[in-house]
Design a protein around this ligand. Sequence first.
Ligand SMILES: Nc1ncnc2c1ncn2[C@@H]1O[C@H](COP(=O)(O)OP(=O)(O)OP(=O)(O)O)[C@@H](O)[C@H]1O
Ligand SMILES: [Mg+2]
Length: 318
Amino acid sequence: MNPFQYGAPVSPDRFYGRVSAIADVKNRIGAISAQCVNIVGLRRSGKSSFLRYIKERPQVFFQDSQQPLIVSLDLQNSKFHDHYGLMEGLRRGIKAQVGTEPWGRSDNIDPYEVEDALLELKEEGYRLIVILDELESIGYRLDKFQDWGADWRSKASAGWFTLVFASRHPLDQIYRNLGATSPFGNIFSTTVLGALEVEAWEKLLRDGFSSCGTDTLNLVNNLAGRLPFYTQMAAALLWQHGDVEVVKREFLFQVHSHWTGIWHELSDLERQALRVAAGKSGSVVTRETRDLLQRYGLLGTDGELFSNEFAEFVRGQR
Ligand SMILES: Nc1ncnc2c1ncn2[C@@H]1O[C@H](COP(=O)(O)OP(=O)(O)OP(=O)(O)O)[C@@H](O)[C@H]1O
Ligand SMILES: [Mg+2]
């Protein structure tokens, strides 16, 4: 059986690396007083896998005495596209873990009932963590989400619950791109998911291949760098085909649409910086842009593109 998987979020036992991101998040949601965090990463950087890891491995982030109560909702699901639906998701998530309804279904948008219930949970010693994946989806119903955002910000500031948001771009940038201002102000810290650590990346490959020499490591590195999704894809193809030329051809076929998607979601400045890194002439790149691209894992520490094939792809873009 092919041990490598690319596509759906990975389960915690197949989750590799992310040591510093885990420490960042633990220092926020598991702090004495919990604080909100925005997990940011380009398409397929492992955001949903990371959220799943938080939900299913709470002992990594919390002390038992903190009694974490973690509710995870995916905003891609249209059920959650208004305030009522979100509160219903939260209500059900709490009920599934505590056993009793925190408030009745008809009270979802009754601020008094909801706040009483949240206060009660707090007094019982629970730490409520609300995880929202795919935050970009607020763009579908921005009118509704503005009120919701202000309300949830005030609840988070009051300490009723702590928010963990995952998105492809930082929160303020999402709102700016939508022509709006983030109602969340500065209550979030940002943790970016980029390349895997060298050790974790090697372990992923060595766990999968019974013999994994430098040739294999170099091949995968040239194609995928240390970004987890592309690494898993290159390794899965290598496992299946063996032949280097076939692997390369299939890999390039598979990644093309992903890379095109990433390319179009970057800002002009970011694209410009990648062109320069790929050896094309261009204007001076600001430190902020370079730093963010390094955090995303598109650029390495020396400013080089994460894979030779991606560099080729960038050179081919207009
Ligand atoms: N920590 C990890 N360890 C091993 N593989 C990983 C890890 N994180 C991500 N992957 C790989 O990347 C793929 C995509 O992961 P995931 O769905 O979590 O990304 P995402 O950022 O949520 O993507 P999208 O932007 O499409 O929602 C997984 O199927 C897996 O191959
Ligand atoms: Mg996802």
